[in-house]
Design a protein around this ligand. Structure first.
Ligand SMILES: Cc1cc2nc3c(=O)[nH]c(=O)nc-3n(C[C@H](O)[C@H](O)[C@H](O)COP(=O)(O)OP(=O)(O)OC[C@H]3O[C@@H](n4cnc5c(N)ncnc54)[C@H](O)[C@@H]3O)c2cc1C
Length: 598
C-alpha cells in the first residue's frame, strides 16, 4: 500500500506561481501573511497528515466505529490524532480571533484540508463539520450563545454537527417533523429523530454541539417554517463546563459502504433542551451560511481521494512488470516491462493526473473567493465576488466528487485484480469516495441549483461574465508558441458555451421540465470548460517559467504536456454533454412510470 506523501511541489506551484497568494493577501490588507508562513503551514500540515493521519487510515476502515448502548468509540489512534490536531492549533486556523481563532484565510487552510482528506477522510469528517457549525453560530447566534460555545468549539474540545436529515426528509427539508416547543425560561424542548448525522456521537471531544433544524408550533408548512437550534450533548454548567446530560441520545450507527471510521448516527431528541439560533423560521437562511463552506469542503474531499488514488496507481505502474512494450523491450534487466510503458495504462494515469491537478487548481482558486467573502471591504467587489463564488459552489461540489469516484475507479483498474483486494488501499478509496456525490445535496441537486439559482437566477450574467474573463485571458496569452493551440481551442469553445447557456435558459423558460432534463449535462459541460481554463492558465504559467530560465524544466514541461492531454482526451467529453442536453426532455419524460418494466 502506498504511503501518502503531500504533493507539496504541485501545491506551491498553484498557490505561489499561478494564483500568487502573497499578492492576493496584500490586496485584501492581510499584510502579515508572509511566504514563510504559507510554507510552514504546508510543511507542518504535510507532517501531521503523513505521520498522524495516514497511518491510522487503514485500521480505521478495518475497525470502523463501535456502538454500545448509545456510546460510540472511534478506531484506535483517532483520539490521539484529534488531540494532536487541537494542540497544534489546526482546529482554530480559520476561526475568528474574538474567540481564540487564528482568523487565517481559507486559501491557507485549503491545502492542509486536502492533505487530511487524502490521508484519512473518515477522521477529517469530525473536525470538518465543527468548522461549518462555528460559521453558523458566529453569524447568527446571540452573544450569550456565542460566549458559551464558540471558544470551546474553536479550540476543538467541543465538536459540532449538522442535524438536517430525517427518515422522510432528505433532499426535501420542508417535510421535517422534528418539533421545538418553547420552554418558560426562553429555551426550547426539541423532539424528533434525525438520521445520518456525521459525528452525532463519538469519543473525540468533551461535548458535542448539535445544530438542529426543527419547526416551532404554528410555523408555516414547508421549508419556510424551519428554525435552527443549538442542542448540546451536555448542558453547559455555571462555569461553562459540560454539565447535566441532555436528552439527546444516539440510537444506532449506520453500517456503511465506506468512510467506516466516521460515525453516521441516528439521533433521538426527547424534549432535549435547545436554544434558537437566528430568529424563528430563519433556519434555512442560517444553514445557508454553512452551505458554501460545507459544499466546498465536500468537493475538496473528492480532490483528496483523487490525489491518493493517483499516488497509489503511479507507484504501482512504475513497479509492476507485465508483458513487453509494444515498441520493444524497455527494461532488459527484467523479464517484462513496467506497466507504465503501455498506452492504456498511461491513459488512465494521465486522466488521473489531469483531473486531480486541474481540480486542485480550481479549488484553490475558489478558496481565494472564500477569502474575498471574508476580507474584501469594497462593497461592489464583494457583491461581484459573492456571485462568482455561488456560481462555483455547485461545480466544485459535484465535479470534484465525480472526479474522486472516477479517479479511484481508475486506481483500482491500474492495479488490475490487486486493485480489488483490500490490502492495496484502492478499493477503500473507491468506497470512501462514493458518499461524496450524495451528501451535502446530491450531485443531481447541485445541478438543479446551478441552473435555477446560478444561471436563471441572474439571467446568465455571472456565467457570461466568467466566460468573458476567460476570453480576456485568451486574448492576452494567445501568442505563446507552446500554448497557442490550447488557447485557440478554448477561444472557439467559449462561443459555444455562451450559446449553450442561452439555449438552456430559453428552453428552461418555455418548459420547466427542461431544467431537470438538461441540468446535469450543462453542469458537466461547464465543469469541463472551467477545467480547460485552469489547465490553460497553468500551462501558460509553466511556459513563462521555462522562458524565464527556471531550472525545473521537467516539472513545467509536464504541466504543458498534461494540459495538452486534457484538451485532447478529456475536454471532448463536452460534446457528449452538449448533444445530450440539446436532445430535450421528451426522451426522459415520455415513458410512463408503469412502463419502465414489465
Ligand atoms: C454517510 C452519510 C453522512 C451524512 N451526514 C449527514 C449529516 O451530517 N447531516 C445531515 O443532516 N445529513 C447527513 N447525511 C444525509 C445526506 O445529506 C442525504 O442522504 C442526502 O441529502 C440525500 O437525501 P436522501 O438520502 O434522503 O435522498 P432523497 O432525497 O430521497 O433522494 C433520492 C434520489 O432522488 C433524487 N432527487 C430527490 N429530489 C429530487 C428532485 N427534486 N429533482 C431531481 N432529483 C431528485 C436525489 O438526487 C437522489 O438521487 C448523510 C448521509 C450519509 C449517507
Amino acid at each position: 500500500m502506498t504511503d501518502y506523501k503531500a504533493p507539496l511541489r504541485d501545491m506551491r506551484f498553484v498557490l505561489n506561481e499561478v494564483i500568487g497568494l502573497e499578492d492576493h493577501y496584500q490586496s485584501l490588507g492581510l499584510t502579515d501573511i508572509t511566504s514563510d508562513l504559507i510554507d510552514s503551514i504546508l510543511e507542518e500540515g504535510a507532517r501531521f497528515s503523513e505521520t498522524a493521519l495516514a497511518p491510522i487510515n487503514r485500521n480505521g476502515d478495518e475497525e470502523g466505529v463501535k456502538f454500545d448502548n448509545g456510546v460510540v468509540t472511534t478506531p484506535k489512534g483517532f483520539k490521539e490524532a484529534y488531540k494532536q490536531y487541537c494542540e497544534n492549533g489546526w482546529a482554530s486556523i480559520t476561526a475568528p480571533a474574538d474567540f481564540g481563532g487564528q482568523d487565517l484565510p481559507n486559501s491557507l487552510a485549503t491545502p492542509f484540508h486536502e492533505m487530511t482528506m487524502s490521508s484519512n477522510l473518515s477522521w477529517r469528517s469530525y473536525p470538518g463539520l465543527t468548522e461549518g457549525a462555528i460559521l453558523a453560530i458566529e453569524k447568527h447566534a446571540s452573544d450569550e450563545l456565542k460566549s458559551t460555545y464558540m471558544e470551546k468549539m474553536v479550540e476543538g474540545t467541543w465538536s459540532g454537527t449538522m442535524c438536517l436529515t430525517e427518515p422522510q426528509a432528505g433532499t426535501d427539508l420542508g417535510m421535517l417533523r422534528t418539533k421545538a416547543a418553547p420552554n418558560a425560561d426562553g429555551s426550547y424542548a426539541i423532539t424528533g429523530t434525525k438520521i445520518f448525522i456525521t459525528g452525532g456521537e463519538h469519543d473525540l471531544s468533551d461535548n458535542i454541539v448539535h445544530l438542529v433544524l426543527a419547526t416551532l408550533p404554528d410555523a408555516p408548512k414547508g421549508s419556510k417554517g424551519i428554525s435552527l437550534f443549538i442542542v448540546p450533548k451536555f448542558l453547559p454548567d455555571a462555569d461553562g463546563q459540560p454539565g447535566e446530560r441532555n436528552t439527546v441520545a444516539c440510537g444506532s450507527v449506520e453500517h456503511k459502504m465506506g468512510i467506516k471510521a466516521s460515525a453516521t448516527c441516528v439521533l433521538n431528541f426527547e424534549e432535549a433542551k435547545g436554544w434558537i439560533v437566528g430568529g424563528p423560521q430563519q433556519g434555512l437562511a442560517c444553514m445557508f451560511t454553512m452551505m458554501n463552506d460545507a459544499r466546498f469542503q465536500v468537493g475538496l474531499q473528492g480532490l483528496g481521494i483523487a490525489e491518493m488514488a493517483f499516488q497509489g496507481a503511479l507507484e504501482y505502474a512504475k513497479d509492476r512488470i507485465q508483458t513487453r512494450s509494444l515498441t520493444g523491450i524497455k527494461n532488459p534487466d527484467k523479464v517484462a516491462d513496467p506497466i507504465i510503458v503501455h498506452p492504456d495504462v498511461r491513459r488512465m494515469l494521465l486522466t488521473q493526473k489531469a483531473l486531480t491537478e486541474g481540480c486542485r487548481m480550481m479549488s484553490y482558486y475558489v478558496s481565494t473567493l472564500l477569502d474575498n467573502e471574508r476580507f474584501e471591504k469594497d462593497p461592489a467587489k464583494h457583491k461581484e465576488n459573492t456571485a462568482l463564488l455561488s456560481f462555483f459552489i455547485p461545480i466544485v461540489k459535484s465535479f470534484l466528487t465525480d472526479v474522486g469516484q472516477e479517479t479511484s475507479s481508475l486506481g483500482v483498474q491500474v492495479y488490475g485484480g490487486h486493485g480489488f483486494i483490500r490490502e492495496w488501499g484502492m478499493e477503500q478509496l473507491m468506497r470512501d469516495s462514493r458518499i461524496l456525490m450524495l451528501y451535502e445535496g446530491t450531485n443531481g441537486i447541485q445541478a438543479l441549483d446551478y441552473i435555477r439559482r446560478k444561471l436563471l437566477g441572474d439571467k446568465g450574467a455571472t456565467l457570461n461574465g466568467f466566460i468573458d474573463q476567460i476570453g480576456q485571458f485568451c486574448d492576452e496569452n494567445s501568442s505563446s508558441k507552446a500554448t497557442e493551440k490550447l488557447i485557440a481551442t478554448l477561444q472557439t469553445m467559449l462561443v459555444e458555451w455562451k450559446e449553450l447557456g442561452t439555449k438552456v435558459m430559453d428552453a428552461s423558460q418555455q418548459d420547466p421540465e427542461e431544467i431537470g432534463a438538461c441540468s446535469v449535462d450543462f453542469l458537466q459541460y461547464s465543469s469541463y470548460m472551467t477545467l480547460a481554463y485552469f489547465w490553460a492558465l497553468m500551462a501558460t504559467t509553466a511556459q513563462k517559467q521555462i522562458e524565464a530560465g527556471n531550472t525545473e524544466a521537467d516539472f513545467y514541461n509536464s504541466k504543458i504536456t498534461t494540459a495538452q492531454f486534457y484538451f485532447d482526451r478529456i475536454l471532448p467529453r463536452t460534446e457528449t454533454h452538449r448533444r445530450s442536453l440539446l436532445s430535450g426532455a421528451d426522451n426522459l419524460m415520455q415513458l410512463d412510470a408503469e412502463h419502465f418494466s414489465f
